[in-house]
Ligand binder design. Structure first.
Ligand code: AMP
Length: 303
């Protein structure tokens, strides 16, 4: 199986134990999912589609892709741009984020329809998110949605996490409409209920799943923090309880890792409720570690 994630990876500066020192890393929702998928399924060819610059930090990001087992052949290098950056601040254990991504190269990732169709042609499963859509201008969004529609029409599977981030959109109504367009080109939709309830007034996770089925998805898995995961697959619905955890360290990338486990399981023909249980166990490990990219327990990887 060949997997392609489309989106923005950013440089991350995270505080270290030494006052005033920061560690440079790389993270971003679709990249995190690719990273976890490459960890748990080394047999899957994992590729990332984005745009970076040609400067040293962009080069380091590409090296990070390769070192993580992620193919960078579809990464475009734009000479006059660089990658986005965010810095994590800690105040009494509370994390807050400052972003510099307004001019990032990734905002131009979907300007070349040829590059998109070629990359999707090399994949069986294509994954993108609401953040991927949010960072693009209107014309690029159309180009990306059209390429995804075409890929689906020739038998590729399209997976989408709405990942609602109102701060990335000029106005909420644009986010609300565009996310539904993303869902309309997708087979698998992987939303988080808390965000969905707020922006779509869904009364419960069933309403979220039904809305995405109406948009055209065949499989919807609704994450809901520690509460049961609701799913619908080809008209069959159910819920899977989330195993209880004694401590939560940092919920960054919980949903991203969860999505990787769902796609890994579905690809292997695992029944969806079992995929969900595995995804909860994986996300359960991720929330008990710091940062987006948490090393997984070898016992988990061996399964
Ligand atoms: P979310 O996107 O926040 O709904 O979370 C994605 C997944 O991470 C959930 O479906 C759970 O499997 C896991 N998760 C998140 N928060 C918790 C928590 N407090 N306790 C246990 N698992 C959690």
């Amino acid at each position: 199986m060949r997997f392609l994630a489309i989106g923005e990876c950013m440089a991350e500066l995270a505080p270290t134990a030494a006052q005033g020192d920061y560690h440079l890393g790389f993270a971003g929702d679709t990249f995190n999912t690719a990273w976890y998928l490459a960890r748990i399924r080394p047999d899957i060819a994992v590729a990332y589609f984005t745009a970076v610059g040609t400067d040293t930090i962009s080069q380091k990001m590409r090296e990070a892709f390769s070192q993580s087992g992620i193919d960078d052949r579809h990464v475009q290098a734009l000479p006059d741009r660089t990658v986005g950056l965010y810095l994590i601040s800690l105040d009494n254990g509370e994390r807050s984020f400052s972003y510099w991504r307004g001019q990032s190269a990734a905002r131009q990732l979907a300007q070349d329809p040829q590059a998109l169709s070629q990359a999707m042609g090399d994949a069986d499963l294509v994954y993108f998110s609401g953040i991927t859509l949010a960072i693009l201008d209107a014309a690029s969004r159309e180009t990306l949605l059209k390429a995804l529609r075409n890929a689906r029409a020739v038998g590729k599977t399209i997976a989408f996490d709405p990942n609602l981030r109102p701060s990335l959109w000029s106005e909420p109504s644009l986010m609300i409409d565009t996310i539904m367009q993303g869902a309309a080109v997708s087979d698998i939709v992987l939303p988080s209920f808390e965000d969905e309830a707020r922006w779509y007034q869904d009364a419960d996770p069933t309403a979220t799943a039904d809305r995405y089925v109406s948009a055209g998805a065949t499989t919807v898995v609704v994450k809901n923090g520690p509460d049961p995961v609701h799913y619908i697959q080809d008209g069959v619905t159910g819920t899977v309880p989330v195993p209880l955890l004694s401590s939560i360290v940092d919920t960054t990338a919980a949903g991203d890792s969860f999505n990787a486990a769902i796609m890994a399981g579905l690809e292997g023909g695992t029944p969806l409720p079992d995929c969900i249980l595995n995804a909860c166990r994986m996300a359960g490990q991720v929330v008990q570690g710091k940062g987006a990219l948490v090393p997984l327990d070898p016992g988990f990887l061996d399964q």
